[in-house]
Every structure is written in C-alpha cells, then in structure tokens.
Design a protein around this ligand. Structure first.
Ligand SMILES: *Cc1c(COP(=O)(O)O)cnc(C)c1O
Length: 398
C-alpha cells in the first residue's frame, strides 16, 4: 500500500538499481529555478555551457555535441536514424537487452542489420567484428554497447575501434551506463556517434540524452539522399538550434538543461579521473562483500557502475527486492530476459557510488538473507568490504 502522503511528497529512496541513480541536492535545486524561454539570452548561455561541459565529459572536441530531448533511448534513436538510410548495412553486437534494442531500432529505420550475438554475460571479441566486416564489406555503421546494463558486462573498446576505423565504417557506441563512470575517451577511441542518458552515472533525473557526433559522422549525414525518418530527432535541424542560428525546432526542456549543467559541473569539480577511481573502489568493496556472502558475479568482465549477480540458490528474488525497498528504502534491479528471476543488478552510479551506499546495501542484504534462510557468516560481508577499501586506498597512495 502506498500512503497518500508519499504520492504528494515522494519519499527519499536509496537508488541502487540500473538507473535512475541518486540525484545530488544541488541538481534538484537547479531544476527548481525559474523557467526561461528557449530563446532567452540567458538560457542560450546555459546551453552553451552545457555543451562545453558535455565535450569535456565525453572527452571530445566534436562540434556536434548536445543533449537530445528524451531519455537514453532517444539518444539511441537519434544516432541510428541520422546515420542510417533505408537499405544501409549495419552490424549490431547483441550481448543483452540494449544491444537487442539497438538492433530493433536500426531495423525500424530501414537498416539491413547483420547481428553478432554473444551469450549474455560475455563481451564481443573484436575478431568477430573483423570477420563480420569481411563478410559484409559495404557495412556503413558498426553499433555496440559499451556498458551492457542488462548483464553488467563492460565491453573492451580499443581493439574494436581500430578494426572499425581500419575498415572505414562508422563506430556507434551506447555509453548510457559508462559516461561519467568508466573511461570513455570518445576522440581517442575514434567513436563517430555516442549517446548516453542523464540518470545513470551523471546522477541527474532522467529526461535528456547527451550525444556527440564526429566530423565523419557529419559528412555521412550531409551525404544522405533521403530525409531523416524522424522529424523530432533530425540533427540537421537540431544543429541549427544548438548552433549560431538558434532556429526554433522544438521547445527545449529548459529546467532539465539546468539540471544537466549542474550535474556536469559536479563531474568536472570532482574531476573525471578521480570519479572513475571512486567508481572502481566502491565496486571492489561491494564485490568483496557480496563474494564473502557466497554471491557470484554474472559477467566475466564486470562494469564498476553496474554489478550483475546471481540470485542465491533457494532465495526468492522478488521478495528480497521488495523487503530491501520496504524495510530500507533501497532499490536494486531485477534480472531481464533470460535473467528474469535469476539475477540482481546493483548500480553504483554517480552519487550512488559511495561508501555509504555499499555499506548500506551489504548490511541490509545480509540481514534479509539471514531471515530468508540463506546461510552466511554474519559480519563477513562488511569486513571484506572494509578490507577491499583499505587495499584500494593503499593502491591509490602507492
Ligand atoms: C538505460 C539504458 C538505455 C536506455 O535508456 P533510457 O533512459 O531508459 O531510455 C540504453 N542503453 C543502456 C546500456 C542503458 O543502460
């Protein structure tokens, strides 16, 4: 039962699922500032600053860097629909839900998709992409997910980038759960189109999708013979609003832009490198604690921002998640697709990647699992996390 009070004043949760993550009070305050017009000179300055900050966080000099109105999936559609014309060939790597979504989106926009499918929890070996490019030399775009949130898999990128670059195809990367949490040097990796979302490692409410396009991607867009199928996401018009023309296209989500600017500001104040180290440290702490409870990780190459683990044998998945929420206000994620009922997904993204979050979720989980009849050594999880913290701190000093 949800109390009427909670509907009027939504309660404070501890967001440790696959997104949204906890939002800093500063970002919520930014959201509450007076709404400006979308052509107000003050708002235009806010847009420009947001754009500059996005370039820093994406580690790119790409002129075409902006925030699409909509969530991460709108970023996905924007990248696909601007690069793809009906009949174009595209390779999509599918290692979980989000690779599958990219394939669906590409097909809807008329691409002939060549799929590289790998078992859930594993990453894509670069040779598979090289082989697929050999088999389909006319491929225009290669799309893959850097951080597969459905399986917790962290896709290695460097070799993939070299292979796609050598072939001359465009590289499209889903960085929804990686931007601001794990290394993502867009220019260094020669990524041609990259999208993210605000509510994961940037710790901003959901509602905008940061995107960036290389000059090669822009050339491909300029060479299109057909109009972009989506009017709303057509970059040739959006660039005129974000560029010097300021031509009205659609009313920008003004207050969301304030929030994103503030969230990006927080990222830069902390520093990207330090932020990545922080995500690594808290992942190691959580992992040590979970493993001390006998819980196993799913992916062979895990993200630091999302921890996908096996639900322990004999434990009721939904009941434990419900108890975490009701008794501790902690949200974690359920398994999707083949992992339904079998996996938990614990996010440590942005504001939610902290010592407090790790300690809280380990203690709560230990307490609940004990009463659910799962056998564990009391206190082992927190001791292991503390040991991992010490080790990470020593490594940082050394
Ligand atoms: C969350 C997510 C998306 C979709 O983002 P929405 O904001 O839910 O639209 C896409 N790709 C990945 C990898 C994600 O984690």
């Amino acid at each position: 039962m949800i109390a009427e009070q909670d509907i009027q004043f939504p309660p404070q949760r501890v967001l440790m699922g696959p997104g949204p993550s906890d939002v800093a009070p500063r970002v919520l305050r930014a959201l509450a500032a007076p709404t400006l017009g979308h052509l107000d000179p003050c708002y235009l300055r806010i847009m420009d600053q947001t754009r500059d900050l996005l370039r820093k966080v994406f580690q790119t000099n790409n002129e075409m860097t902006l925030a699409i109105s909509g969530t991460g999936s709108a970023g996905m559609e924007a990248c696909v629909c601007n690069l793809i014309e009906p009949g174009d060939e595209m390779i999509v790597c599918v290692a979980g839900v989000f690779g599958g979504r990219m394939k669906d989106v590409a097909q809807r926009y008329g691409a002939t998709v060549h799929t590289i499918e790998v078992p859930w929890g594993t990453h894509v070996e670069p040779e598979k992409i090289a082989d697929m490019l050999k088999a389909h030399p006319k491929t225009k775009v290669v799309g893959l997910v850097h951080a597969e949130t459905s399986t917790g898999m962290h896709q290695p990128m460097e070799e993939v980038s070299q292979i796609v670059q050598a072939h001359g195809a465009l590289l499209l990367v889903d960085a929804v759960t990686s931007l601001g949490g794990v290394p993502l040097p867009v220019d260094q990796w020669k990524i041609d189109a990259c999208y993210s979302g605000t509510q994961k490692c940037l710790s901003c409410p959901p509602g905008l999708a940061p995107v960036t396009f290389s000059s090669r991607a822009l050339e491909a867009m300029d060479k299109r013979k057909t109009k972009v199928t989506s009017w709303y996401l057509d970059m040739s018009m959006l660039r005129n609003y974000w560029g010097s023309d300021r031509a009205y296209h659609h009313t920008a989500p003004i207050n969301m832009t304030y929030a994103l600017r503030e969230a990006l500001q927080i990222v830069m104040e902390e520093g990207l490198a330090k932020r990545i180290v922080r995500h690594t440290k808290h992942h190691r702490m959580l992992r040590a604690g979970l493993e001390a409870m006998g819980i196993r990780y799913i992916p062979s190459h895990s993200l630091t921002t999302l921890n996908a683990i096996h639900v322990p044998e004999g434990v009721d998945d939904a009941k434990v998640r419900r108890r975490l929420l009701e008794e501790y206000g902690i949200e974690i994620g359920a398994g999707l697709g083949p992992f339904k009922g079998k996996a938990w997904r614990i996010g440590l993204m942005g504001e939610s990647s902290s010592r407090r979050h790790v300690t809280l979720v380990l203690a709560a989980l230990e307490s609940i699992l004990q009463t659910e009849g799962y056998s564990l050594e009391p206190g082992a999880a927190l001791s292991a996390a503390a040991a991992a913290e010490k080790e990470a701190d020593l490594a940082a000093v050394g």
